[in-house]
Design a protein around this ligand. Structure first.
Ligand SMILES: Nc1nc2c(ncn2[C@@H]2O[C@H](COP(=O)(O)OP(=O)(O)OP(=O)(O)O)[C@@H](O)[C@H]2O)c(=O)[nH]1
Ligand SMILES: [Mg+2]
Length: 241
């Protein structure tokens, strides 16, 4: 199957009914407001997605430990229940607010907007959104992010980019996580990267382990470069205003 990046839908996909389309249009409207706000204040917004348990929160903790003394950063984290992830992230030394979705399987832009009442996002260089863990529903909802980063854990199997193409089609970066377990599981990094690129030829890939630190420097450099780009664009916009 071919995939078209322009409308973020696989070619030939069945269209949603009118109610669903209205919901997505309303979401896109709010997402645009969030994107404009982040642009105005020069904050990089990154939406972190993956299956449940792929290592998103652990990555947030390890990234915070490496970058918190260099930039202002925070995390909004979505889960169906409990505040556990936000507590873990705060223990790593950065602000974090939990969004409890009460059973909803994804975050929507309106939830992010409401969370801004509980987390001071002014002055942030980098705001992460840790989405609810699944590779299906979160793919359809724009949260106003600059970049979508999807984790694929070595324990999940290398066949996921073709089975859940929309998530990989709409992501700029794939992090192959839990790299320390690669010697013990039947996961071929090359096969996963090839499949992801057949879905989305522009997707970048970094292999990381939050446990051993493998790939963390490359991931943090990728982030810092995006932060610098966002700051430069912000400064240029101010000059032109
Ligand atoms: N071996 C190994 N285990 C990891 C790594 N990263 C996370 N884990 C473990 O994987 C499990 C799930 O990690 P989390 O960070 O909670 O995963 P998550 O994606 O945030 O999970 P949800 O929020 O529930 O979707 C935990 O037991 C972590 O300790 C890693 O790099 N290597
Ligand atoms: Mg988590």
């Amino acid at each position: 199957m071919a995939f078209a990046k322009s409308n973020r839908l696989p070619v030939g996909a069945i269209q949603c009914d009118n109610t669903t389309m209205s919901l997505l249009k309303a979401n896109d409207y709010v997402a645009k407001g969030i994107r404009d706000k982040m642009q105005t204040q020069g904050t990089l917004l990154i939406n972190i997605t993956s299956s449940a348990g792929s290592g998103k929160t652990t990555l947030m903790q390890e990234t915070a430990r490496r970058l918190k003394d260099h930039i202002n950063m925070a995390v909004l984290v979505g889960d169906l229940e409990t505040e556990r992830d936000a507590i873990r992230i705060r223990e790593a030394g950065i602000p974090s607010t939990q969004i409890v979705t009460n059973g909803v399987c994804h975050l929507e832009a309106q939830m992010i907007l409401q969370a801004f009442d509980h987390l001071d996002v002014g002055g942030l260089d980098l705001l992460f959104i840790e989405n609810v863990g699944n590779l299906v529903c979160p793919a359809a909802f724009d949260l106003g992010e600059d970049f979508r980063v999807t984790l694929l854990a070595s324990t999940e199997g290398d066949d996921k980019p073709k089975k859940y193409p929309r998530m990989f089609l709409t992501s700029e970066l794939m992090l192959i996580s839990k790299a320390d377990l690669l010697p013990y599981v039947p996961f071929k990094v090359d096969a996963a990267v090839q499949d992801a690129r057949e879905v989305n030829p522009e997707i970048e890939s970094i292999t990381v382990s939050s446990t051993t630190g493998e790939g963390m420097d490359q991931w943090c450099e990728w982030l810092m470069e995006r932060v610098r780009e966002k700051k430069a664009a912000h400064a240029q916009a101010l000059e032109m205003a």
